[in-house]
Design a protein around this ligand. Structure first.
Ligand code: Q9C
Ligand code: ZN
Length: 620
């Protein structure tokens, strides 16, 4: 369906005309650096390019007072002295004669993007804009922001498109207090922001940036603040924030649209944020958001002041919106103590308002590991380590959550091959999915099948030949992901062969997630090359570091909390280079569960995810 890129080069016009060390980082090169890099990578050319328009007075009036809009309009005709005097009336703001035009383009770009997505012209997109918006308030400019681009887009989506649930994810390193103020009593907008806070000692120094600011009136629980109390937060911390705080709430909220206040001052190298997350992290954050709202994700640039990191992070975001697999995350996937404390305090503050947090109360965010390294960052995670302990099944069985039923509608996967025993001409596939013609050589297939009685039948052999061919395509890099069908009676043996074949054909570490009652292949090694996770099977608990099994009802919160709290933390810690998802019989886990799981596992192994379905469930 495509990705929109909304831009206008006029937005490079506004710039600081006098000396001000605080404001000088917000410069025109931010936009040109990002756009140049998108072009170099061939990403801009793959997007639907939209030229930004100016937001109208009425559109600006959705969140700003008429007096404030008039005040900004007047800056067009002011001289430098007057501009500077007016700028001093606000915190961290400069005006330029082009500011009004640029700020109207920035807000207009967001509106165009939302219109393109909500009319179905594109699936998702990015608006590359200046000035940014999330600090700006009803009648005040603040923190380089003049009009609140994302807030205007949200108000427009409600008013013009009749939306009832909009999620705003603010991953800029500063608190978007402007957005918070504008929607704090509005339950139709769920606002999530993480931000450098340092116990209130970082700009904008607001008490209401802390985790206990949760909204007011009807909006209680619809403001979610995650204050970082230390600098240096990295990939593991950001991922933990998504898995253990944002995503449980976001799935329960079930948004119709996701808006991202996409500031990249939260990436490594940025002078404002002083954080450690790498640009690749934004590919993973984007990918996780794409499982929400049917993939309708609109990102709008906010901050980001290290030109190299900014450009790279913008590329990661756009690349992911386009459907490309995310580069694997490097480094130990262990959140630091301070991050875990912040996440836990935000969960505690939100728990009264969200069932998904109440159900999980018995399985809190990973407790701090006992093995601290001096700098407070524990050694690399292995399954059986801290995350595993934290994600261990909760004692009390809980009723299956409502999260089990609705909205299991991940964005369409890409570059996927479907291998059916007999090609199905009635199957309607998305444009980036193809049905596989090829099959492995007969002799080779028979050799793999020989040790397994259940693979003797012709039907099973045909399916195995298809699967082996698909697997080779994935390991050789021709195919990114795949779906293979197998007769029910041959499922366990086929999975066994797939694991052995994967390991002997270049996979260093293989993750296998088995849904339902699938027996663990008998000769599965305990050498750390295979991580076996069984969800909804018979047995419980960790059989060894690398063989974990949990009956679904034991996981409070059900399937989704199992993915977020157990599967993804273990999977990201394991860093596999091939992922198998197998759907066995039993426990009501169906195609949609496998689809959601597969979509969320796409961040692993460069998207090399192979789903093994039983033939009868393969007609999706
Ligand atoms: N060193 C945005 O990122 N100055 N605005 C903070 C602390 C203001 C940031 C000073 C930063 C404003 C959109
Ligand atoms: Zn910022």
């Amino acid at each position: 369906m495509g990705t929109a890129l909304v831009y206008h080069e006029d937005m490079t016009a506004t710039r600081l005309l006098w000396d001000d060390p605080e404001c000088e980082i917000e410069r025109p090169e931010r936009l040109t650096a990002a756009l140049d890099r998108l072009r170099q990578r061939g990403l801009e050319q793959r997007c639907l390019r939209l030229s930004a328009r100016e937001a109208s007075k009425e559109e600006l009036g959705l969140v700003h007072s008429p007096e404030y809009v008039s005040l900004v309009r007047k800056t067009q005709v002011l001289g430098e002295e007057e501009l500077q005097a007016l700028s001093r009336q606000f915190d961290a703001i400069y005006f330029h004669p082009s500011t009004f035009h640029c700020a109207r383009l920035a807000a207009g770009a967001g509106l165009q993007l939302v219109d393109a997505v909500l009319t179905g012209t594109v699936q998702n997109g990015l608006a590359l804009v200046r000035p940014p918006g999330h600090h700006s308030q009803r009648a005040a400019a603040n923190g380089f922001c003049v009009f609140n681009n994302v807030a205007i887009a949200a108000a427009h989506a409600k008013q013009k498109h009749g939306l009832h649930r909009i999620l705003i994810v603010d991953w800029d390193v500063h608190h978007g207090q402007g957005i918070q103020y504008l929607f704090e009593d509005d339950p139709s907008v769920l606002y999530f922001s993480w931000h450098r806070y340092e116990h209130g000692r970082f700009w904008p120094f607001l008490r209401e940036s802390d985790a206990d600011a949760v909204g007011r009136g009807q909006g209680l629980g619809f403001t979610v603040n995650l204050p970082w109390n230390q600098v240096g937060m990295g990939n593991a911390d950001y991922m933990a924030a998504f898995l253990h705080l944002l995503l449980p709430l976001a799935f329960e909220f079930d948004p119709e649209l996701v808006l991202v206040s996409a500031g990249f001052d939260s990436v490594i190298g940025d002078p404002e944020g002083q954080m450690q997350a790498t640009p690749e992290c934004f590919a993973h954050l984007t990918q996780l958001l794409q499982v929400l709202a049917g993939g309708r994700v609109c990102a709008m640039l906010e901050g980001g002041y290290h030109l190299e990191s900014l450009a790279e992070s913008v590329c990661m975001t756009v690349q992911t919106l386009l459907g490309d697999p995310a580069p694997p995350l490097s480094g130990p996937m262990v959140p630091c103590q301070s991050a875990l404390e912040s996440i836990q305090s935000a969960r505690a503050a939100q728990a009264p308002y969200w069932k998904s947090l109440q159900l999980q109360d018995a399985t809190p965010v990973p407790t701090s590991p006992s093995t601290h390294s001096p700098e407070g960052r524990p050694p690399p995670l292995l399954p059986g380590g801290p995350m595993c302990k934290a994600a261990a099944p909760a004692p009390a069985p809980a009723p299956s959550s409502f999260l089990d039923q609705p909205c299991l509608c991940p964005a369409p996967s890409v570059r996927t091959t479907v291998a059916l025993t007999a090609p199905d001409t009635t199957l309607v596939l998305p444009p980036d999915v193809i049905q596989q013609e090829g099959s492995a050589l007969r002799e080779e297939t028979e050799a793999w099948a020989r040790p397994h009685k259940s693979l003797a039948r012709e039907e099973a052999l045909t399916a195995l030949g298809k699967l082996l061919y698909l697997l080779d395509g994935m390991l050789d890099g021709q195919v990114n992901s795949g779906i293979a069908a197998t007769p029910a009676s041959a499922a366990a043996a086929t999975l066994d062969v797939a694991i052995q074949r994967g390991l002997s054909h270049g996979a260093q570490r293989l993750l296998c997630v088995a849904l339902g009652q699938l027996d663990r292949p008998p000769d599965l090694a305990h050498d750390g090359r295979t991580l076996w996770l069984n969800i909804g099977g018979k047995e419980a608990a960790a059989l060894s570091m690398f063989h974990v099994s949990t009956p679904l009802p034991v996981m409070t919160g059900g399937f989704l909390s199992c993915i977020l709290g157990l599967v993804l933390p273990l999977a990201y810690g394991f860093q596999p280079d091939l992922v198998l998802v197998a759907l066995g019989p039993g426990h009501g886990l169906q195609g949609p569960h496998a689809a959601l799981l597969s979509a969320m596992l796409r961040g692993l192994a460069g998207g090399r995810v192979l789903a093994l379905l039983e033939e009868r469930t393969s007609r999706l």
